[in-house]
Design a protein around this ligand. Structure first.
Ligand SMILES: [Zn+2]
Ligand SMILES: [Zn+2]
Length: 53
């Protein structure tokens, strides 16, 4: 079993999450828990360093 981590808060994702590609490099997948999604917490792409809401 793979443990998924939220890119924003770095916590393990237990239930719902959204997944999308970094809009800058279109390579890295960004995972976000619903908690951060609801708060629109900024994320940073681990690959290119892009920051976005
Ligand atoms: Zn989170
Ligand atoms: Zn990126």
């Amino acid at each position: 079993m793979v443990i998924k981590k939220c890119q924003t808060c770095n916590r393990e994702i237990i239930r719902d999450y959204i997944e999308f590609k970094c809009p800058a490099c279109l390579k890295t997948r960004i995972l976000r828990c619903m908690d951060c999604e609801n708060k629109s917490t900024p994320y940073t792409c681990s690959d290119c360093g892009f920051k976005g809401p």
